[in-house]
Design a protein around this ligand. Structure first.
Ligand code: SF4
Length: 276
C-alpha cells in the first residue's frame, strides 16, 4: 500500500507561532487550551511546564499567562493586567485584525456585525472589542431580526467559508446605505481543505489526524468522507486499526491545523509497517 500526504496539511502559521512562543517562555499558563490538540498540550506541559487553565477564574497565583491563538475577551485581558500577571500574547495576528477593526469601527459609530459562531472563543474575543450594538450571526435570516443603524461594519470569524460570508454581505448591502466590509477570513484552513479534497479523490482509505475537539479537523474528515467512504479521524497512531487498510492500494493522510509533525510522523511510521 502506498502512503501519500496531502499537498497542504497540519500546522498553520498562527499555531506554529503560538507553540514557538510557549516553548521559549516556559513555566507559564494558558487561559483555555493554546491549540486544539491534546497531545501537543500535554507535550508542552511535560517539557516546558506550560499548563492550561480552563478559565480566567483560575488565574490566582499564576505569574505568567500566554494568550492563545483564538485570543481572549478584552475584559479578561484587563483582569490579567490588574492582577499584575506577565502577559505573553500568542493571539494569531489574523485574529487580532478583526478585534482591532471592531474596536475602531464601533468607535466611529458603525454598528458591528460579526459572521461566525457566537460560542466560539475567537468570536467571543472579537465581539468584546466592539461597543454595542454588536451582533453575531451565522445565517442571513438572522439579519432580519436585527435593528441595525445606517452605518454597518461587518467582519468574519477567521475559519468561515467566503461563499457564506458573501451571502451575509450581500444581504447587508441590499438593506443598508453604508456597509463597510472587512474580509477577515484566513486562507490557511482552506488550503488544507482543498488539498484533502484532491487527495481523497484518489485515495481508497484516508486518515485525518487531529484533535477530536478541533472544528477544522472535523471539517477535513467531512470533506474526505465525501470522496472516500473509508475515512477515519484519529488523534494519535494508537487509534489506528489494521482492518481499515486490508485490500487498500493508496492511503491518503491529512492533518488539522493544530496537528504537530511529530504526531503525523508517528502515524506514517505505524501505517507503513502494516501488512495488507
Ligand atoms: S487558522 Fe488562520 S487564523 Fe487560525 S490560528 Fe491559523 S493562521 Fe491564525
Amino acid at each position: 500500500m502506498k502512503i501519500k500526504l496531502a499537498s497542504k496539511y497540519g500546522f498553520c502559521f498562527g499555531v506554529k507561532r503560538a507553540i514557538k512562543i510557549a516553548e521559549s517562555e516556559k513555566n507559564a499558563s494558558t487561559i483555555g487550551p493554546l491549540i486544539h490538540n491534546n497531545e501537543e498540550i500535554e507535550r508542552l506541559r511535560k517539557h516546558f511546564n506550560v499548563d492550561t487553565l480552563s478559565s480566567i477564574s483560575e488565574i490566582d497565583g499564576i505569574k505568567k499567562a500566554i494568550i492563545r491563538t483564538h485570543g481572549i475577551p478584552k475584559e479578561d485581558l484587563a483582569t490579567l493586567k490588574t492582577k499584575g500577571i506577565d502577559i505573553i500574547d500568542a493571539t494569531c495576528p489574523f485574529v487580532t485584525k478583526p478585534q482591532k477593526i471592531c474596536e475602531k469601527m464601533s468607535q466611529e459609530g458603525y454598528d458591528i456585525v460579526i459572521f461566525g459562531d457566537k460560542n466560539h472563543p475567537e468570536v467571543k474575543g472579537v465581539k468584546s472589542y466592539a461597543k454595542e450594538p454588536v451582533y453575531v450571526v451565522l445565517h442571513v435570516e438572522e439579519l432580519e431580526k436585527l435593528r441595525l443603524g445606517k452605518k454597518v461594519a461587518v467582519v468574519s470569524q477567521t475559519t468561515r467559508k467566503v461563499e457564506e460570508f458573501m451571502k451575509i454581505v450581500s444581504a447587508l448591502v441590499a438593506r443598508h446605505k453604508e456597509v463597510r466590509v472587512f474580509n477577515t477570513i484566513c486562507n490557511a484552513t482552506f488550503e488544507n481543505q482543498d488539498a484533502t479534497r484532491a487527495l481523497s479523490k484518489e485515495a481508497d482509505v484516508m486518515v485525518v489526524i487531529g484533535g477530536k475537539n478541533s472544528s477544522n479537523t472535523k471539517q477535513l474528515l467531512n470533506i474526505a468522507k465525501e470522496f472516500c467512504e473509508d475515512s477515519y479521524l484519529i488523534e494519535s497512531e494508537r487509534e489506528l486499526d489494521n482492518k481499515w487498510f486490508i485490500g487498500k492500494k493508496l492511503c491518503g493522510i491529512s492533518a488539522g491545523a493544530s496537528t504537530p509533525d511529530w504526531i503525523i510522523n508517528k502515524v506514517i511510521e505505524k501505517i507503513s509497517k502494516i501488512k495488507v
